[in-house]
Design a binder for this molecule. Structure first.
Ligand SMILES: Nc1ncnc2c1ncn2[C@@H]1O[C@H](COP(=O)(O)OP(=O)(O)O)[C@@H](O)[C@H]1O
Ligand SMILES: [Mg+2]
Length: 249
């Protein structure tokens, strides 16, 4: 059996002295797509932020291995080099840096190699096409004046260009109209073709999942995973909500 790409064991995390994650376990293998669902405030984004190394999130217990290496000992830029990527719930606007330059820079940082402009332009043009974005977006300042949907598409564009080993998509589908959801799913499907990498999709809604292959679904309530299942768990939650997981004795 292949070793896990990500192994989170008994993880506890505090934010501003408040315990948010309480002994969370999660194992992800290469080639898999996992869905993380749960009510508001359950700790989903906290898990993503902790994996990315955001200093606001203090690990107070447990371990995280990425590809067998101790992630918690890696600096933020080392984590990106190791192939971690997270698309944010609210992508930042970055005046003065074009989308293309931002992506090229990130790629060069990660690989340590210079990338030929001609090859890069060809590849970004293709990614823009998959996401049905006008080619002119490559040279616009990153996210500046982008609509909500365009920002989310720009995050998926980075996913396609950077080809991370483990990608976390945090509510990439929230606030998208039906057409944009379809386009974003197409971009994610493109990424799923790479069987060496894995995906964690954090979502509230199930629209984006209807056309995506899902291997495992996890329900997180109050900082721990309370239920695991296959893709069909998504449909069940879609119908019944989280109520049955939230009943406390
Ligand atoms: N940067 C932060 N500062 C203060 N509290 C935070 C921060 N991030 C998360 N929290 C708190 O942690 C809890 C879990 O938040 P979050 O992980 O964002 O939930 P989810 O993504 O599941 O909706 C919430 O109570 C939230 O207020
Ligand atoms: Mg969140």
């Amino acid at each position: 059996m292949a070793a896990d790409l990500l192994s989170v064991q008994n993880l506890s995390v505090q934010v501003e002295d408040k315990e948010i994650l309480k002994g969370l376990n999660l194992n992800v293998k290469r080639g898999e797509t996992h869905v993380l669902m749960g009510p508001n405030g359950a700790g989903k984004s906290t898990l993503g932020n902790t994996l990315m190394g955001n200093p606001l999130y203090q690990v107070t217990g447990g371990s995280i291995l990425l590809n067998g290496e101790d992630l918690l000992r890696m600096a933020v830029n080392e984590r990106a080099k190791a192939g971690l990527y997270m698309s944010f719930q609210n992508p930042l606007e970055v005046p003065g840096i074009s989308l293309a330059n931002f992506v090229r820079n990130a790629l060069e940082q990660r690989t340590g190699k210079r990338i030929r402009l001609w090859d890069f332009r060809k590849e970004i043009a293709r990614a823009l096409e998959v996401l049905q974005m006008d080619p002119s977006y490559a040279d616009r300042d990153l996210n500046v004046g982008f609509s909500g949907g365009e920002k989310k598409k720009a995050e998926i564009l980075q996913l396609l260009m950077l080809k991370p080993t483990l990608a976390i998509l945090d509510e990439t589908d929230s606030g998208l109209d039906v057409d944009a959801v379809r386009t974003v799913s197409r971009g994610i499907q493109e990424y799923q073709k790479d069987k060496e990498s894995a995906l964690i999709i954090i979502t509230h809604s199930t629209g984006i999942l209807s056309s995506l292959h899902v291997d495992r679904t996890h329900v997180i309530v109050d900082g721990t995973i309370v239920c695991d299942g296959d893709g069909s768990l998504v449909d069940e939650i879609n119908q019944n909500g989280f109520a049955r997981f939230e009943t406390k004795e």
